[in-house]
Write a protein that binds this ligand. Structure first.
Ligand code: 3PG
Length: 400
């Protein structure tokens, strides 16, 4: 972005592709981390006199306007963070977007509505995506890619639009890539990875990669139950991906050959029913050994002995990468495992990276000081795919 600034952006319409895909409770933003992370890039452009058009997706609307996925709350929050009025266009490339952009003066910022309200944004068909990118391009003179959380998506605003305008990477993308690179080259050992989240199928690529790189992989969250099942334990009514059991068995065998230690929960919190996440009624879970989950119970968090075990492994690490919560952290009775891992990272002298929308949000929602961690990534899928060594469309488009 500095090269772009050196050439002068005053009076230019600069399209900033951000990732403002923040968690919402109705219209209330429950974690604004992604907005705060991209705000410096926007502020920098505005300070140089650019007319800044901020664009993003939010959630997964079906290619048509849907008020439940409006970016209006994110635009309002961006205005608060920047300390200036931010205009909001109620469409993406229609009348509202055009008149809002036309009304921008130097140093002012506008947000256009959710890009995914237009089917062209996510279309598989190159021509359909290209047509939408052409319309977006007509709004702007320059493009800045800074939506790190979305760089793994081959979407019109991420992949096709930069080819149509002079472009640069923003500071957030530069920082994210710099940190993740450290996890792929010359890692300080032991390299401990904590993986959680619901589904093991979302993590297959990254586990493949980590079997070549990591020293220890600590497993929690919903995906742990598929590992426990693969080890021959019954998991009651816990989340289980039966079809992934053979894959997990193969990973466990490969890990043993390579000297990578897989660490699984030794105890878990269980309940016969999923907790009430809205009213947060007390759940009264039981703690059981991980190899003795009753048939009618569901595992919803790692237990106290597992928390201690994981904290000890994290304490001895040189580098820690953490992706995915350890339990249903949205309910206070099942937040303890995720909080213990976060605290473990803080207490460790290791270089610590929190990757992943959910774990990053969990850290902040549970009240931890985000600045105390080495780095909290704004990318969930994006950081995993980066570590897998995949070509990320949104980075490739900025590289030429
Ligand atoms: C994310 O939350 O990981 C990014 O914003 C991308 O969202 P998506 O998975 O809906 O493409």
């Amino acid at each position: 972005i500095d090269e772009l600034l050196a050439e002068g952006v005053a009076g230019k319409r600069v399209f900033v592709r951000a990732d403002l895909n923040v968690p919402l409770d109705g219209t209330k933003i429950t974690d604004d981390g992604r907005i705060r992370a991209v705000a410096p890039t926007i502020a920098k452009l505005a300070a140089e006199g650019a007319r800044v058009i901020v664009a993003s997706h939010l959630g997964r609307p079906k290619g048509a306007p849907d008020p439940a996925f409006s970016l209006a709350p994110a635009a309002a929050r961006l205005g608060e963070i920047l300390g200036q009025d931010v205009a909001f266009a109620t469409d993406t490339v229609g009348e509202s977007a055009r008149s809002t952009v036309d009304a921008l003066t130097d140093g002012k910022v506008a947000v256009i509505e959710n890009l995914r309200f237009n089917a062209g944004e996510t279309a598989k068909d190159d021509a359909e995506r290209g047509a939408f990118a052409d319309e977006l391009a007509s709004l702007a003179d320059l493009y800045v890619g800074d939506g790190f959380g979305a760089v793994h998506r081959k979407h019109a605003s991420v992949f096709d639009l930069p080819a149509r305008l002079p472009h640069a990477a923003g500071d957030l993308i530069a920082t994210e890539v710099g940190v993740l690179k450290k996890l792929t080259e010359n890692v300080k050992r032991p390299y401990v990875v904590v993986l959680g989240g619901a589904k093991v199928s979302d993590k297959l690529g990254v586990i493949d990669h980590l079997l070549e790189k990591a020293d220890k992989i600590l497993v929690g969250g919903g995906m742990a139950y598929t590992f426990l099942k693969a080890q021959g334990h019954e998991v009651g009514i816990s989340l289980l991906q039966e079809d992934q059991v053979p894959v997990v068995l193969e990973y466990l065998a490969r890990a043993e050959k390579k000297g990578v230690e897989f660490v699984l929960p030794v105890d878990v919190l269980v309940s016969p029913e999923f907790p009430d996440l809205k009213g947060k009624a007390p759940a009264h879970p039981d703690t059981v050994a991980a190899d003795a989950i009753p048939a009618d119970q569901e595992g919803l968090d790692i237990g106290p002995r597992t928390r201690e075990l994981y904290a000890a492994k994290i304490a001895d690490a040189g580098t820690v990468f953490w992706n995915g919560p350890m339990g249903v952290f949205e309910h206070p009775d099942y937040a303890g495992g995720t909080a213990a891992v976060a605290q473990g990272l803080l207490d460790s002298d290791a270089f610590t990276v929190v990757g992943g929308g959910d774990s990053a949000a969990a850290v902040r929602i549970l009240g931890f000081d985000e600045n105390a961690f080495g780095h909290i990534s704004t990318g969930g899928g994006a950081s995993l795919e980066y570590l897998e060594g995949k070509t990320l469309p949104g980075l490739a488009a900025l590289e030429d």
